[in-house]
Design a protein around this ligand. Structure first.
Ligand code: NAI
Length: 465
């Protein structure tokens, strides 16, 4: 039996960041992870490998037909998929090794195995070489989430896959169907479309990216359609059946009230669900809500003293950066009594091309709440740097309070939107008004000037439109 100050269960962006922050604050920390490498879904089979493939596939697509306007001509451009996948695996390894290094540097004890709470403050690690018992005053659950299932659609791992499978196809599927037009469906749909697949996205709602600003989602849909992705909106998938043998094996997807769709590979991306099984939550009496998420108070404490939870396993957006913020706030709460995350200011980014990035309130939410607002928009088309880059597709929208001018929401679609949204988030974190942003000097020529111009446009004073 080993005694620590804190046991963290799960080494994803929530868990490993919590472990580091706790070590920085002087706690003796044990980190338990069931996978051989650290970093969780995000680093191993999520954010990082998908970004590696998005980057590679974008360069391939650009080399094939995006550089003519720049006067760059290629001969035949061909795809070496194994090399692309090898690079992706290398990127993942560099990141997961990086986390292992950080654990050593911070003197965090890492245990490999599945953790089970056997009593409050007691965790049994079921490892390859048997069980180890750990005891600590505090236990932090950061076990993340996994793809949600869809009745009638069985993920066989070959023809019908989840996000992990769609990051590792050994050949480009001819016909690729994606169920769910959310973050994962659009990112991985984009990857395989660029690499040559005929992609059809099936979405249950009558729009893509539900939850995001409707105007932004509409612009995004237009951009994806222009790239050749096909969409079936309002499509209720009832079943997927596998047919044929060998290379001809494929899926037939039944859609309520429509013709069935045949596909060589199918990605199921209809959301994620929390990982709570096998943790011993029932043994120690940790409460969960109707969606299986662990319920916590504002300080991330569960109903069981000494047991806290963060990240995807508790309510809130299932995003790596949200889990990291939870982690720091939860640990600071345990050690100092104070820790806070502003959930109104969690940016969301879809790393497609154009990128889609958003922070704060949508226009729909402001209307629904009856909040009076002003709107400023600015197109990439009118930005000098965007023209120089040949990336003129997109726009910035800033929503500010009609009376106080405080920025309430920023929605960007366009090149590097994911980087631009950081400025908006920082401004909003400091409670900036649209005028504050408009009067901030922005270097010229940069894409960030689109934000300044949209802020000026809030009061009808944009300079370049
Ligand atoms: P999501 O919640 O983003 O999107 C799921 C989509 O599936 C929604 O549009 C939903 O309406 C649709 N859907 C649900 N049931 C359906 C059905 N029966 N038929 C057709 N469509 C259906 O979930 P997704 O894309 O699986 O991502 C899971 C989580 O991972 C998200 O919470 C997201 O925040 C996170 N993620 C974040 C990324 C990023 O930050 N760039 C990248 C990938 C994932």
């Amino acid at each position: 039996m080993a005694t620590h100050d804190l046991i963290v269960i799960g080494a994803g962006p929530g868990g490993y960041v919590a472990a580091i922050r706790a070590a920085q604050l002087g706690l003796d920390v044990a980190l338990v992870e069931k996978e051989a490498s650290l970093g969780g879904t995000c680093l191993r089979v999520g954010c990082i490998p998908s970004k590696a493939l998005l980057e590679s596939s974008e360069r391939y697509a650009e080399a094939r037909h995006g550089l003519d306007a720049h006067g760059v001509k290629f001969g035949d451009v061909s795809l070496d998929l194994p090399a692309m996948m090898e690079r992706k695996d290398g990127v993942v390894k560099a990141n997961t090794d990086g986390v292992a290094f950080l654990m050593k540097k911070n003197k965090i004890t890492v245990h490999t195995g599945s953790a089970e709470l056997t009593a409050p403050g007691t965790v049994t690690v079921h490892g390859a070489k048997g069980d180890t018992e750990l005891v600590a005053e505090n236990v932090l659950i950061a076990t993340g989430s996994r793809p949600a299932p869809l009745p009638g659609v069985e993920v066989d791992g070959t023809i019908v896959v989840d996000s992990t499978g769609a990051l590792a196809f050994d050949a480009v599927p001819d016909r690729f169907a994606v169920i769910g037009a959310g973050y994962i469906g659009l990112e991985l749909g984009s990857v395989w479309s660029r690499l040559g697949s005929n992609v059809t996205v099936l979405e249950y709602m009558d729009r893509i990216l539900p939850g995001m600003d409707a105007g932004l989602a509409k612009d995004a849909l237009k951009a994806f359609k222009k790239q050749g992705l096909q969409f079936e909106l309002g499509a209720k998938v009832t079943q997927a059946t596998l047919k044929g043998r060998g290379k001809k094996r494929h899926a037939v997807i039944e859609i309520d009230g429509r013709d069935p769709l045949e596909a060589d590979r199918v990605l199921l991306a209809v959301g994620r669900q929390p990982n709570t099984e096998g943790l011993g939550l029932e043994t120690v009496g940790v409460a969960t809500d109707e969606r299986g998420r662990i319920t916590v108070d504002a300080a991330f404490r569960t109903n069981v003293p000494g047991v806290s939870a963060i990240g995807d396993v508790i309510p809130g957006p299932m995003l790596a950066h949200k889990a990291e913020e939870d982690a720091v706030a939860a640990i600071e709460g345990i050690v100092t009594g104070v820790g806070h995350v502003d959930y109104d200011l969690i940016p969301g980014i879809v790393y497609t091309e154009p990128e889609i990035a958003t922070v704060g309130a949508t226009e729909e939410a402001l209307k629904e709440a009856g909040t009076p607002y002003k709107k400023g928009t600015f197109p990439y088309q009118a930005n000098g740097r965007a023209r120089a880059m040949d990336r003129t597709e997109g726009n910035v929208k800033i929503l500010a309070h009609a009376e106080t001018d405080r920025i309430l929401g920023v929605h960007v679609i366009g090149a590097r939107a994911g980087d631009l949204i950081a400025e908006a988030t920082a401004a909003m974190t400091f409670g900036a008004s649209a005028e504050d942003l408009a009067r901030t000097v922005h270097a010229h020529p940069t894409l960030a000037e689109t934000l300044k111009e949209a802020a000026l446009a809030v009061d009808g004073a944009a300079l370049h439109i």
